[in-house]
Ligand binder design. Structure first.
Ligand code: DUC
Ligand code: ZN
Ligand code: ZN
Length: 454
């Protein structure tokens, strides 16, 4: 064996038990109550928890958006991921007009491959649906990209899918065994409300929230669920942030439909009150954080299993870019950093007793692996699986600050947030890539993950 992790408490989605883990060639090769091998490197995990690395199913690294490019490169984003215990990152490859699906994934891979510090995959965002593109869905699945996404918003940006496109893409995804993810908000309502606020001189970050409040998101959630039900097609709603949408997801799931909801830590920790702050623009993302009732509904959804996954929507912009919208919320690039905060925040909530550690592993690692087609290679601590492992110190007190984060972002919305417990080590395919505050990995280590659903 190359490495043995000894004396730790292993936590999976289903079990908590004490055992040693043997790693060889990047894979978990044995799990037993006591392992010894004089040639192996021994990692003592006494008093610590041993968890599968998190999977962030939703990031936007070096993405052209909002008149600029999100400020974390693939290197910076995946470096930060490793330091927050995330060992697989799913980024969005956005189809340019005239380009094919596999071409789109390959174009992003060419950028990502030399930079990636952890393993990665792509969802292809469809913006230009032509008959040839529908014909390419099966090829994409065969290529190892069985997940697509459409934006139900960003009409002016040329990214939006209308209902016809949403319907066609859902139908085709079902036929080829892929899954469709949607960003659900109603673009026409956002436009009308935004225009009205600007005319009235209401330009602060608070009006970003009011331009797209709860019902704007809920309408689109319900529309997407409606089409998915009609087609009996799998649907994945990204960054769900409102109560009414949550209720609709629950209803559809109770009726037996394959509908998954993802939410993000920013919706679980912050409410729309942040948009009243002087630095409210730094929190501007879409959908915006909602009121307390929505936050409560999301936490309830985690308990009932109706929130299937947690992801970050990591899409940072530098302060000077956020400042473009100081006096006009429509000029604020939408998005926040979070890739390094997801697992530490969720695990801290478990450590404080709000939910179990097993549940955190389930929604941050095991479920995204299953839904997106990379289990059991990823998402669990299992013999034969990749040795993507986090050693977690439940006793460490940690206060998040820009200067202890590892992305290129010059600020964090999580500044000053206190966590109970923190990742101590992260292994990516058996290689130590993070230890106690220090990044130890290297760009180019991360591999493109070919996936297969069901
Ligand atoms: N929302 C954001 O806040 N940023 C990136 C894209 C998105 O949908
Ligand atoms: Zn989105
Ligand atoms: Zn997003």
């Amino acid at each position: 064996m190359d490495v043995i992790i000894k004396n730790g408490i292993i936590i999976t989605a289903l079990e908590t038990y004490k055992a040693d883990i043997g790693i060889k060639n990047g894979k978990i090769v044995t799990i037993a109550s006591k392992l010894d091998d004089s040639s192996a490197e021994i990692i003592d995990a006494s008093g610590k928890y041993v968890l599968p690395g998190a999977i962030d199913g939703h990031t936007h690294l070096q993405m052209p958006f909002g008149g600029t490019v999100s400020s974390d490169s693939y290197e910076a984003g995946t470096r930060a991921a490793a330091c927050g215990g995330t060992t697989t990152v799913f980024d969005f490859a956005i189809q340019q007009k005239g380009h094919g699906l596999i071409q789109t994934a390959k174009e992003r891979d060419a950028l990502c491959a030399p930079q990636a510090c952890v393993d990665y995959a792509f969802h292809v965002v469809i913006t230009d649906l032509r008959p040839e593109i529908l014909d390419e869905f099966q090829d994409s699945v065969n290529f190892g990209v069985p997940s697509f996404k459409v934006f139900m918003v960003y009409k002016k940006e040329g990214l939006m899918a209308d209902d016809g496109m949403l319907y066609s893409v859902l139908k085709k995804s079902k036929e080829v065994g892929a899954i469709l993810a949607v960003h659900a908000e109603n673009p026409d309502l956002i436009d009308i409300r935004t225009e009205k606020f600007l005319k009235e001189g209401k330009t602060s970050a608070w009006y970003h929230y009011l331009s797209r409040p709860e019902f704007v998101e809920a309408e689109a959630d319900k529309r997407a669920i409606h089409w998915a039900k009609q087609l009996d097609a799998p649907l994945y709603i990204v960054h769900l942030a409102n109560k009414e949408g949550m209720e609709e997801v629950k209803k559809a799931r109770d009726e037996g439909y394959e509908i998954y909801a993802e939410t993000c830590p920013q919706y679980l920790y912050f409410t729309n009150e942040v948009f009243k702050r002087e630095d409210g623009r730094n929190f501007v993302c879409s959908p915006p954080m909602k009121g307390q009732e929505s936050q409560d509904a999301l936490w309830k959804g985690i308990k009932t299993g109706d929130i299937a996954t947690i992801a970050t929507d990591h899409c940072p912009f530098q302060s000077y870019e956020k400042d473009w919208g100081k006096d006009d919320f429509t000029k604020i690039p939408n998005g926040c950093a979070g890739i390094e905060n997801m697992y530490p925040y969720m695990l801290s909530e478990a450590n404080k007793g709000r939910l179990s550690f097993n549940k955190v592993v389930e929604i941050c690692s095991t479920n995204p692996a299953k839904i997106y087609g990379c289990a059991p290679q990823k998402g669990s601590i299992t013999i034969g699986g990749d040795a993507d492992i986090v050693i977690y110190d439940p006793t460490k007190e940690f206060t998040i600050s820009q200067n202890n984060m590892h992305s290129d972002s010059d600020h964090t919305i999580w500044e000053g947030v206190k966590l109970k417990g923190y990742p101590f080590m992260t292994f990516s395919r058996g290689k130590l890539v993070y230890k106690d505050g220090e990044f130890l990995g290297k760009p180019g280590w991360g591999k493109f993950l070919r996936r297969k659903r069901k």
